[in-house]
Design a protein around this ligand. Structure first.
Ligand code: P6P
Length: 331
């Protein structure tokens, strides 16, 4: 690689372009540092006492993995004292996260899933952190729930970190998607994927087909269409790739072309994924990369959340394939 552009350099260049104050750049540095700290633990998991589960069940009704707790604590601690945020929300926290008053309150809001797919972590499958950043809605002081329950269209930035064979941080401010790879010896995130866009021809569809019998007929018909049945199926036949880790599936589909979907079913009509800190940030990234995110009937990013942990059916990735899901739903 002839020219090393660190995430710091990239952010400074963007700051100058936008005439920004620099606070956003500072936020991204802090998130990048959290990613480095979490990556360090994921890389040596089998050699430390961080493997396995705690005895704690989170608000999602899932047993917290030790690394869930570590990642959550790191992100909260590293972003509380900076005075850049007025409120935060995490998949691992029942309620909104208040900023201790001694740290001061900033004009930004952070929503995040500290370690998505963590049930895979002990088997060395890629997992990820998902984050979204808003400007505050309330005027000043301590933020409140209205700062957190926001439409995805109001995001000022969103990104994810994928802890895989390499650690990558991918983010957008809505205008282009940039990917950075953590250099293992320099300890810096280096620009490796300058302008990520969904490829024109998709290769994959990602869904847990074990749930197929519990889907409604439009989703079953959509899946059969994916497999080449019905009218005008995909020109290039799609392969099924499903990791069981949203960030890993989303990242592969973003780079190689494809769609991920987790539909509702008879038991869980709103599916499994959460709107505020999973569907919205990834939907914002998908849109910036020429893709689309839908709840099966319309844009995820237009939805007004009414609860912090509300779930939403999610179809995300290649725009044509996601729009096709909406077409099946209308039949
Ligand atoms: P299932 C991980 O728990 C997660 O939220 C996503 O990362 C992943 O795509 C999905 O759930 C897997 O769920 O029901 O297929 O095991």
């Amino acid at each position: 690689m002839d020219k090393l552009i660190t995430i710091e350099r990239h952010l400074i260049d963007r700051e100058r372009e936008l005439g920004a104050s620099g606070t956003f750049s500072q936020i991204m540095y802090d998130i990048a540092l959290c990613a480095k700290l979490i990556a360090r633990e994921t890389r040596r998991l089998g050699l430390t006492n961080m493997m396995g589960a705690t005895s704690i069940m989170n608000v999602q009704g899932e047993i917290q993995q030790k690394l869930d707790v570590y990642a959550n604590d790191i992100i909260i601690r590293m972003n509380s004292f900076t005075g850049r945020f007025c409120a935060m929300a995490s998949e691992e926290e029942d309620e909104m996260i208040n900023i201790p008053s001694q740290y001061g309150y900033g004009n930004y809001v952070l929503v995040f899933d500290p370690l998505d797919g963590s049930s895979n972590i002990d088997t060395n499958v890629s997992v990820g952190t998902i984050f979204g950043i808003y400007k505050r809605k309330t005027e000043s002081g301590r933020g409140d729930i209205d700062d957190l329950l926001r439409c995805g269209n109001e995001l000022v930035a969103a990104g994810y970190v994928i802890y895989g064979p390499s650690t990558m941080l991918v983010y957008t401010t809505g205008n282009g998607v940039s990917g950075f790879t953590l250099h293992p010896t320099l300890g810096e995130f280096i620009l490796s994927h300058p302008d990520i866009r969904f490829p024109h021809t998709p290769k994959y569809y990602s869904v847990n087909q074990a749930n197929q019998r519990s889907w409604n007929e439009p989703v079953q018909a959509y899946t059969r269409w994916m497999q080449g049945e019905g009218v005008n199926p995909p020109k290039k036949s799609l392969s099924l790739r499903y990791v069981g880790s949203l960030v890993a599936d989303f990242h592969r589909n973003l780079l190689e072309g494809g769609v991920y979907y987790y539909p509702g079913d008879k038991k869980n009509p709103n599916g499994k994924l959460r709107l505020v800190y999973e569907a919205n940030p990834l939907g914002f990234i998908a849109q910036a990369a020429g893709g689309y995110a839908s709840n099966g009937n319309g844009p995820i990013l237009d939805m007004q959340p009414d609860q912090l942990h509300q779930r939403v059916p999610l179809f995300i990735g290649d725009k044509t394939l996601v729009l096709k899901a909406e077409e099946f739903a209308r039949k």
